[in-house]
Design a protein around this ligand. Structure first.
Ligand code: COA
Length: 263
């Protein structure tokens, strides 16, 4: 059964435990205006606490763009204070994606530029169709990335290549993105969503509590003031207090498949 929630600029459809969020402004190449960012935040927050949702896919409407950036038409006459708020609001929503306790995959079906590349990078994994293109062209506008791009691009592909892309505004093809580790897989356009679903369906067989622990603990590596190794010690210990761990260990010893409870 497919359950759909209607928003102004995104479509949110749940089928077989997977929420697909489609950024839906195809005439603007799915550019992220403020309302769209708010809607993404609302959809992710509600998915995080919805037991019927076990994984999330982000994609873009149409065949040309995932998201071609923040909506440049909202950049006229922005004050310094408004600019800071715009960035902080985007950071907060993209952080909620990164820290979502359920796996989130970006299905990048075309241009992923500026805020689009940043949206994809805030997801836990990325799968790209062959026509995808990635870039941070903000320097063309006298800007720098404002939704985490200067940080996550460095984390994902390293400082040298990130510096080059950020300073030249050059785009990476899907194959180059694969080469530099920005995406996990490249597929044909028609295999893009099936590949994301395949990954999520594989993850769904595992312990949901352990998956949440992976997300939190990997995130700790990137969190200021948090020692990731110490965080892991604590998170590993807490696993032993979960029913999932009892079930997983018993299932192994009894030579059967683990049957993890869905919340
Ligand atoms: N913000 C607002 N509108 C955007 C947009 C953005 N980031 N990206 C594309 N659009 C709009 C265009 O203005 C155009 O609208 P119109 O038909 O009303 O004029 C429509 O989407 C189609 O884009 P167009 O530029 O005609 O398509 P193209 O195939 O010639 O070029 C791109 C595609 C992606 C190369 C080009 O649209 C582009 O450079 N976009 C901006 C990318 C960017 O700088 N992103 C970072 C923003 S911080």
């Amino acid at each position: 059964m497919i359950k759909e929630v209607t928003y102004e600029n995104i479509q949110a459809a749940v089928a077989n435990g997977i929420l697909t969020i489609t950024i839906n402004r195809p005439d603007k190449l799915n550019a992220l205006n403020r309302r769209t960012i708010e809607e993404i935040g609302e959809a992710v927050d509600s998915a995080a606490s919805d037991p019927a949702i076990e994984g999330i896919i982000f994609t873009g409407s149409g065949s040309k763009a995932f998201v071609a950036g923040a909506d440049i038409s909202e950049f006229l006459n922005v004050s310094v204070e408004e600019g800071k708020k715009m960035s902080a609001d985007g950071h907060s929503v993209f952080k909620s994606i990164e820290q979502c306790p359920k796996p989130v995959i970006a299905a990048v079906n075309g241009f992923a530029l500026g805020g689009g590349c940043e949206l994809a990078m805030s997801c836990h994994m990325r799968v790209a169709s062959e026509n995808a293109k990635f870039g941070q062209p903000e320097v063309n506008l006298g800007l720098i990335p404002g939704y985490g791009g200067t940080q996550r691009l460095v984390q994902l592909i390293g400082k040298s290549k990130a510096m080059e892309l950020l300073m030249t505004a050059d785009m990476l093809s899907a194959q180059d993105a694969l080469h530099f580790g920005l995406v996990n897989y490249v597929t044909t356009a028609d295999q893009l969503l099936p590949k994301c679903e395949e990954l999520l369906n594989k993850i769904r067989q595992k312990s949901p509590k352990a998956i949440e622990g992976i997300i939190n603990t990997v995130d700790a590596y990137y969190t200021d003031g948090v020692n990731g190794f110490a965080f892991e010690v604590d998170a590993f210990g807490k696993c032993f207090g979960t029913d999932d761990c009892k079930e997983g260990v018993n299932a192994f010893l009894e030579k059967r498949k683990a049957n993890f409870k869905r919340s």
